[in-house]
Write a protein that binds this ligand. Structure first.
Ligand code: GDP
Ligand code: MG
Length: 170
């Protein structure tokens, strides 16, 4: 399964993949240039394994309209924002619109997309749970989840939730 990890610069996309795939968190993460991808085998159940291709897209890419190529063949998406940065939250609408404009599943449906509120370990919150909930519904996300990549909270759960959505649509 090709899964896209998108969102503004500095929200924690690369850190999330690194945490999920390598179980690590680095305080200083080099800025992603262009696109990177990582592989991870998810032990879905006793009998089933799912091979995930996680595509890490540099946040700047939206502005140079190169995303269509990166989105090709994806089956699901995480749109991430930083809970202390309201601009990164509002921009999730643009990321979602860009995604919906340029992608469709083979069955003609939009890609399942989960909204991820990262850095919930920090105390300077700029966005309330209520507004995330409303925003998530208004913009067609399948659900939303709060994570802390730093403290390893909800990262695996968020990925499982998305894979569940992808499998149930197939
Ligand atoms: P990207 O540009 O979206 O790929 O963001 P990075 O993964 O490069 O992360 C940007 C910065 O946020 C780095 O300094 C990370 O260490 C930090 N960061 C990522 N996730 C968390 C988190 O859950 N909590 C905190 N406090 N910092 C985080
Ligand atoms: Mg990055």
């Amino acid at each position: 399964m090709k899964i896209l990890i998108i969102g503004d610069v500095n929200v924690g996309k690369t850190s999330l993949i690194n945490r999920y795939v390598n179980g690590q968190f680095n305080k200083t993460c080099k800025t992603t240039v262009g696109v990177d991808f990582s592989l991870k085998t998810l032990h879905w159940s006793d009998k089933e394994r799912v091979k995930l291709h996680l595509w890490d897209i540099a946040g700047q890419e939206r502005f140079i309209s190169m995303t269509r190529v990166y989105y090709k063949g994806a089956l699901g998406c995480m749109v991430i924002f930083d809970i202390t940065d309201s601009r990164s939250f509002l921009n999730c609408r643009l990321w979602k619109q860009d995604l919906d404009l340029k992608t469709l599943l083979p069955n003609g449906q939009p890609l399942p997309c989960i909204l991820v509120a990262n850095k919930c370990d920090l105390s300077q919150r700029a966005v309330s749970a209520d507004s995330i909930d409303m925003f998530s519904k208004a913009n067609g996300f399948v659900s939303w989840v709060e994570t802390s990549v730093k403290e390893n909270r909800n990262v695996g759960e968020a990925m499982r939730r998305l894979v569940q959505e992808i499998l149930s649509g197939q």
